[in-house]
Design a protein around this ligand. Structure first.
Ligand code: UDP
Length: 369
C-alpha cells in the first residue's frame, strides 16, 4: 500500500480533498472508506420502486458560494429544486420555515403584508439580554407560541435535548420570514444533482491518481504500510484518539424506516413533511418521488427518528461537547503529517456546501503549490 496521500473517508470532504491533491499536486491518493460505497452520507441509489432515495437521509443542496457552485457543476449537471417543507401541526399542513401563512394558521391572525408581519413578530418575540442558547434564539425570533408548536419538541426529538441546552446557532439555521416565501432555503443556488449524488462522487473520484478502496477501515490498516504517507482523516476526531482516554464526544444518529407502497400515487402532499409535535417519535417523513418529480406507479417513504447510538451523523453542540472538542483539537494540532478535515473531524454541523468550501479552503492553505 504505497501512496503519497491516504484519505480516510469517502464523503464530501474526503472526496474533494482527494481530487484536489490528485489534480493540483499530481500526487497518488488512496481514499478508503469502511462502508462498501462512496459518497458518505450523501450516497443515493434507485430503489426497487424505481425511485432515487438517499440511504442516510434527505440531502438538499443549496449555496450562495460561487466557488462551490462552480465546483459541483464540474462533476454533475444540476436541476433547480426549490425545496418546500410542510409541518403537521394542530392537525394541519403548515408551511415551514415560519412565514405569514404559518403565523395566520397557527396563531389565528389575518396578516397580509410585511409590515403587519413585522409588527406581529415584534409584539411576540421575547427580548433577552443575551442570546446564549437555542431557546433564547428561537423565542427571540418567533415568540413562545410558535416556539412551542414548531421548535421545542422537534428539537428534543432531533437532539435528545431541549433548545435551552443547545448552542444558539442550531435554532438559527432556518429563516423566519415576514412574507409569503415558502421555500425552505433562501440561497441563490438550490438544486439537486440530475443523476444523483453517487454519480457526482464517481466523477469527482474519476482521476488517474486516485484509487478507491471500500470496506476498508483505516484503523485496520497496518501502520507500517502507510508510514510514509500523509494522512487526511475525515472520521470522528474522538475515534482517532481513543487511546488518550478522554471522554467520547456525543453524536446524534438517525434510524430510517422505509415503507414501500405499491400502486400508490402519493402518500403526502410534498417531499418533506416535518412532525414537530411530541405525539410521534420521528421528526420527518420524506417521500422521495416528489424530488425532481420522479415517475413511478409506486411510492417510497422514509421516516427519520434520531437516536444517540449508531453511525455518527450530527455533532451535538452543547457546552460540554464544544469544550471537549477543543481538547481533541489540541491533540490533533500536535500530530505531524495528519490533517483533520470535515464535519466529523472538525465536530461542526456543516451543510454540504460548507463541507465543500471548507475542504477547498483547507487545500488552498495547506496543499496549494
Ligand atoms: N427545527 C425545528 N422544527 C422544525 C425544523 C427545524 O425545531 O420543523 C430546528 C431543530 O432544532 C433542527 C434545527 O431547527 O435541528 C435546524 O433545522 P434544519 O432543517 O436545518 O436541520 P437539518 O435537518 O438540516 O439538520
Amino acid at each position: 500500500m504505497t501512496t503519497d496521500y491516504l484519505v480516510v473517508g469517502c464523503g464530501l470532504s474526503g472526496a474533494v480533498m482527494a481530487r484536489f491533491i490528485a489534480e493540483e499536486r499530481n500526487k497518488k491518493v488512496l481514499i478508503v472508506d469502511k462502508r462498501d460505497h462512496i459518497g458518505g452520507n450523501c450516497y443515493d441509489y434507485i430503489d426497487e420502486n424505481g425511485i432515487r432515495i438517499n440511504k442516510y437521509g434527505v440531502h438538499l443542496f443549496h449555496t450562495n458560494s460561487e466557488r462551490v457552485w462552480k465546483y459541483v457543476n464540474r462533476f454533475s449537471s444540476w436541476t433547480r429544486w426549490e425545496h418546500k417543507v410542510l409541518g403537521v401541526i394542530d392537525g394541519q399542513y403548515i408551511p415551514l420555515p415560519p412565514n405569514i401563512t404559518t403565523i395566520n394558521m397557527l396563531c389565528g391572525q389575518h396578516l397580509t403584508n410585511q409590515q403587519e408581519a413585522d409588527d406581529w413578530l415584534s409584539r411576540n418575540q421575547l427580548k433577552h439580554e443575551h442570546i446564549d442558547n437555542g431557546y433564547q434564539m428561537a423565542t427571540s425570533r418567533v415568540g413562545e407560541t410558535l416556539y412551542e408548536k414548531i421548535f421545542m419538541h422537534y428539537t428534543f426529538k432531533q437532539w435528545g435535548r431541549y433548545p435551552e441546552e443547545l448552542d444558539a446557532s442550531v435554532l438559527a439555521r432556518i429563516p423566519v420570514r415576514n412574507n409569503f416565501d415558502d421555500r425552505y432555503f433562501s440561497d441563490k443556488y438550490q438544486a439537486l444533482p440530475t443523476d444523483g449524488y453517487t454519480k457526482m462522487f464517481e466523477n469527482i473520484l474519476e482521476h488517474e491518481n486516485i484509487t478507491v478502496r471500500l470496506s476498508c477501515d483505516y484503523f485496520d490498516i497496518e501502520p507500517s504500510a502507510i508510514s510514509n504517507s500523509t494522512i487526511i482523516y475525515s472520521g470522528p476526531i474522538d475515534d482517532f484518539f481513543t487511546n488518550v482516554g478522554y471522554p467520547k464526544l456525543e453524536y446524534r444518529s438517525v434510524n430510517f424506516e422505509i415503507q414501500r407502497m405499491k400502486n400508490t400515487k402519493f402518500f403526502q402532499p410534498c417531499a418533506h413533511v416535518n412532525h414537530p409535535g411530541p405525539e410521534t417519535p420521528f421528526t420527518r417523513i420524506i417521500e422521495y418521488k416528489h424530488l425532481l418529480n420522479q415517475d413511478s406507479p409506486h411510492t417510497t417513504i422514509i421516516s427519520e427518528t434520531s437516536c444517540s447510538d449508531g453511525d455518527p451523523y450530527y455533532p451535538v453542540p452543547t457546552k460540554r461537547n464544544t469544550e471537549l472538542y477543543e481538547q481533541y483539537k489540541a491533540l490533533a494540532e500536535k500530530e505531524r503529517n495528519i490533517h483533520f478535515v470535515g464535519r466529523l473531524a472538525s465536530y461542526k454541523y456543516f451543510n454540504m456546501d460548507q463541507s465543500i468550501l471548507n475542504a477547498l479552503e483547507y487545500c488552498d492553505s495547506n496543499f496549494s503549490i
